[in-house]
Design a protein around this ligand. Structure first.
Ligand code: SAM
Length: 467
């Protein structure tokens, strides 16, 4: 009998794509790390999540990730797919080392400011949801992804996270490069050879090869050039990868320094295992799985020379805007409705001119909070509006579902009822999940069909949160 699939993936037949080959390549530049690394890459990865504090105020009583306020380690990997709280955007399953981005954002000093930020390589949305929570609520975050399939996942994750002042775009970095000096903060979580993920994702090891490292370096150089162009003088660029290669990290950052960029050291913020390193004269934080409870990750912060001027958002006069008339959102800001095709979105009126300018120059997939969708000529609340953090729950009748009913809903089934009529909001543990449409003896389901759970219940333990 052959070895189990996971075992085979960890020790693939092609010797170039093995942990041994990877470690021997790293020995040249990172000799002090490789022995510990070799053993760690053959052990099991930790499991961690980041809580959405605006949906799930306290989250589980689990082991905190010291460098991320809302990060938690879990003792084992549960069957996340069968946890309605995951679908409600109450938390995001994220690798712990990558949560160190929080320390880079803090080191930039931009957290309290009303800025324009760009996450240039955003799918599936781990850094975007994290950035959105860290930045000032009035800041605008543009989340971009070039790959169409991955962009759908990004949209799903961001809509479920439910925050305001988030635009989703799908444009090549080159077009952003033409928006000279626009963003105060640009995050480039670059496509990379993925060395740091080989323990967590067997596919990463199968894909890895020295030539992939070279190809990635070429893409990274190009992406960084455009990211740098759209950064304002005095603005900050956060660069990260999940690979240890100098050619995909410090060598690429060196090129920004040659353009006048100033590298800012990032304090590790309680991440005692994260190494503050200086390769090729570039200060970075490097994470190795034998030193820190997480996967491989490299992170750096670079400031563009010059003085940053405050962004001026001019509110657009909206005396009786449609958003107010519809009454679905809390009056937390000066909402303004904009229509894109058969969908209506709510945006913060103070960003209206910026959103308009971006719509003219790049491909905008979602300019704000999805508010309504047109079906058979009529506007009805958008499925993603149910998941918006600013939804006015006081104005909606709610139906709190138990676990089995919530799973039925997530599978696209109707929910049995007595005298169900009108529209109601389905919640799970008090957290909104989906619209329901009353039809007498049942609630019809408005959960989007492409978000449905299609798999059979697995043997992994169910999620049991003790909060
Ligand atoms: N930031 C994401 C997160 O935290 O969930 C992960 C981003 S992943 C490491 C890199 C992303 O870059 C992928 O989604 C990939 O589709 C995208 N990408 C690939 N080639 C690219 C290119 N030439 N320009 C911009 N993005 C690219």
């Amino acid at each position: 009998m052959g070895r189990p699939a996971q075992e085979r993936a960890r020790h693939p037949a092609d010797p170039e794509r093995s942990i041994a080959a990877l470690v021997s390549r790293l020995r040249k530049d990172l000799s002090t790390e490789v022995d510990g690394l070799d053993a760690a890459l053959r052990s099991d990865p930790p499991v961690s999540i980041r809580i959405n504090p605006r949906k799930w105020r306290y989250g589980p009583l689990a082991d905190p990730v010291p460098w991320c306020e809302n990060g938690r380690y879990l003792a084992q990997r549960p069957a996340f797919t069968f946890d309605p709280l995951l679908h409600a955007g109450a938390y995001y399953v994220q690798e712990a080392a990558s949560m160190l981005v929080e320390q880079a954002v803090r080191a930039s000093g931009l957290i309290g400011e009303r800025i324009i930020a760009l996450d240039l390589c955003a799918a599936p949305g781990g850094k975007s949801t994290h950035l959105r929570d860290l930045l000032h609520p009035d800041a605008l975050l543009v989340c971009n992804e070039v790959n169409g399939e991955r962009r759908s996942v990004l949209k799903e994750n961001l809509w479920k996270w439910g925050a305001a002042n988030v635009m989703i775009t799908g444009t090549a970095p080159e077009r952003f490069g033409r928006l000279t000096d626009l963003f105060d903060l640009v995050m480039v979580d670059a496509p990379c050879s993925g060395e740091g993920m080989v323990r967590k994702d067997p596919h990463a090891l199968q894909q890895w090869s020295p030539s992939l490292v070279e190809q990635c370096a070429t893409v990274q150089r190009d992406v960084l050039k455009h990211a740098w162009n759209c950064l304002r003088p005095g603005g900050f660029l956060i660069y990260s990868t999940c690979t240890w290669e100098l050619g995909e990290n410090e060598a690429r950052l060196r090129e920004l320094v040659d353009e006048g960029g100033i590298v800012i050291p990032i304090p590790a913020g309680g991440a005692h295992g994260a190494l503050a390193t200086d390769h090729l004269g570039i200060n970075a934080l490097r994470c190795y799985p034998h030193r820190l409870r997480g996967e491989g990750f490299v992170l750096a912060l670079v400031r563009k020379a010059g003085t940053r001027e405050a962004v001026n958002g001019q509110p657009v006069a909206t005396p009786r805007d449609l958003v107010t008339e519809l009454g679905w959102l809390r009056a937390t800001r000066n909402w303004m409705a904009i229509q894109q095709g058969d969908e209506l979105y709510a945006i913060d009126g103070s960003w209206a001119r910026t959103v308009d300018a971006l719509q003219r120059s790049i491909t905008v997939v979602s300019p704000g909070i999805p508010l309504a969708e047109r079906k058979a000529g009529n506007w009805r609340p958008h499925a993603a509006l149910a998941l918006a953090q600013d939804l006015d729950m006081e104005r909606q009748p709610t139906v709190d579902l138990d676990l089995d009913r919530a799973i039925e809903l997530l599978r696209g089934q109707s929910i049995g009822a007595k005298d169900a009529s009108g529209i109601a909001l389905a919640t799970y543990r008090g957290i909104p999940l989906s619209w329901l449409q009353g039809a007498g003896t049942r609630w019809n389901n408005r959960w989007p069909s492409h978000w449905r759970i299609r798999s059979a219940r697995p043997s992994a333990p169910p999620v049991s949160w003790s909060t």
